[in-house]
Design a protein around this ligand. Sequence first.
Ligand SMILES: [Zn+2]
Ligand SMILES: [Zn+2]
Length: 245
Amino acid sequence: MRSYRADLHIHSVLSPCGGLEMSPSALVQELKHIGVDWFAITDHNSVANCPAYAAVAAQNGLAFTWGVEIQSVEEIHILAYFDDPDKAQRFDRKLYDSLLPIKNDPDYFGDQVIIDEKENILRVEPRALMNSSTWDLATVVQEIEAFEGLAIPAHIDAGVNSVISQLGFLPPYPEFKILGITAGLDLPKYLAEHPEMVGKSFIRASDAHYLTDLRHGSCIIYAQEPTAQEILFAAQKMGGRYIIV
Ligand SMILES: [Zn+2]
Ligand SMILES: [Zn+2]
């Protein structure tokens, strides 16, 4: 077992409103600089840039997890993590088919570029990724789990696109063992206001769209290996594992 400094919510150059500065090499250099040794790319509704970032992470000795930030029909953001890239890509194709067929407006959101590890542009995604899936929250979780992924509601304390902002409460079903929180949240104060969340596990992450966002959001995960499965084990404090936010 070992401890990882993890930032599991980062956007790549694919995400609309993301900075083109978030290239794999620049991102990995900055993560090394600030001491993050495990990260996930979680673009809006797509895993398409995970291969490029996974390759550069491996070249630099950083742990990488395939992720995606799904927007449900209720406009709730849910993070999904996969240990099997093949299952992640199969999930991704199904998710893509569930997206509202709206074209990206490059003048407003910028081009959604899919790159290789050398930063060559492989293609430009025409469909607006910063949009909702037609799946509701329960369906999103069901689909993630059907592909052996781990579902974690993103930034539950955020004023928009969180379970709480969209529904007003944490639903009993689907049941979440881990909740995502924003970089700056004062968790003890938040729990005092939300006693229903006492006993849950949390992961803090940067939700970075720019390199400067990276400095403020990470957590310590003490686990056997850097996998989605181990995040769940750590959340349940199994066998001495734990998460410190
Ligand atoms: Zn989000
Ligand atoms: Zn995000």
